[in-house]
Design a protein around this ligand. Sequence first.
Ligand SMILES: Cc1cc2nc3c(=O)[nH]c(=O)nc-3n(C[C@H](O)[C@H](O)[C@H](O)COP(=O)(O)OP(=O)(O)OC[C@H]3O[C@@H](n4cnc5c(N)ncnc54)[C@H](O)[C@@H]3O)c2cc1C
Length: 421
Amino acid sequence: MKPPAFDVVIAGGGLAAQRCCETLRRGGFDGSIAMLCGERCAPYDRPPLSKAVLTDGREPHPPRFKPPDWYEREAVELMLGHAAHGLDPRSRTIAVTVGKAPQARGRLRFGQLVIATGSRPRRLPCLLPGGPLYELRTHADALALRRALRQTEGPLVVLGAGLIGMEVAASARLLGRPVSMIEAAATPLARALPPMLGRWIAGMHREQGVDVRLATSVRRVRLRREHARLELSDGRTLSAAMVLLAAGTEPAVQWLAGSGLGPGAVATDAGGRTRLPGVLAAGDAASYPNAYLGRPAATQHWEAAARQGATVARSILGLATSPAPTPMFWSDQYRRRIQLVGHAADGCLTEIEGNACGGEPFAAWMASGGRPCAALLMDRPDLVPQARRWIAQSHAESPAALPHNAETNTDAGGVTCHTCP
Ligand SMILES: Cc1cc2nc3c(=O)[nH]c(=O)nc-3n(C[C@H](O)[C@H](O)[C@H](O)COP(=O)(O)OP(=O)(O)OC[C@H]3O[C@@H](n4cnc5c(N)ncnc54)[C@H](O)[C@@H]3O)c2cc1C
């Protein structure tokens, strides 16, 4: 018997998958669509998991994108608890497992396949979740952490000062819990921010009572009943009632092994097409060309995943791809809105607009190689469009023009940096 066939199969049931379905149907696509959701619930939004889901009074439901009847009305076959398990590009079939039962396997045929399986927490071989060790990717993870934050006595130790680690640290402090945050790099978000701004963010957490330990790693973890003892590289020992494993994420694409795609995030063109005909990719699992970095990159942020979900749908509909805007991500910590527009890793600070001390809103403008490259906005969402224009222009023209009263060094054809020697 031939496996069931769909015109479009979407592997993954998160943000990118949802945006792909919506854009297909809005664009008049009347073919059959199946969405494989590895989790047993319809697509929901992840950013609240490290924020409101942990701090709000009532136990929340998954923050769903659409009411349950939307999928029926839009004729989207929602296959809950069905995980993509393998891809055979020659027969254009995908292997599917159902729940945890290994014998419950099947295959689906596809006209076009969209890979949208997102990412998953990076695991250290010696530290797997369980007991007092937690990770955070799904609503179920968030509920477990939420319960522990309310019911367990003793401190939380966060391993990793990335976005999720810092957001959980902030939520736990808002709940009044003692928190330590351990980071192996010299500053938080070291791959995304210049050291000076990373130090500023570490300072914000310290002001809120977090014991932040930078350039420190964990040598050993001893589990005793429901407690953990962590031996650190600086020779000290910490005792924890809960440990959040937040050492970054990796694309959830292991199921593609042997298909000709991967390993790592799936490389695509600007329209989300992979090197295999009829196979596209979007969201955290994908690596798109990035004009701002001058190389392909997996962004693993909300805005890019939403846009790429719509992009692959446009490619399926035969429509042109619109150019990607300047990248942006946001984070909410201690009820402050942090936004990073552009790519700042190689950037130097050129100008601070506003007062970075005392919890005031401010904007930090950055340049790299004499060109504007990024802006860190603290409680200044109004500046996002301006920051985007500023960075986009700098890629289109030379020399770049700074938006404010930052100094420009016309001899050097660019921006004078206030922090570099
Ligand atoms: C706790 C948390 C907080 C965040 N906060 C922010 C924020 O403040 N700002 C920001 O810009 N970004 C934030 N992000 C990142 C943002 O949510 C992601 O970039 C976005 O969700 C990526 O969308 P996606 O569709 O690619 O992947 P996902 O949303 O992860 O969806 C992928 C889905 O595919 C499923 N899946 C995985 N493997 C399989 C398989 N083999 N078969 C079938 N299904 C599978 C997964 O269970 C999941 O439901 C946050 C992420 C997390 C986890």
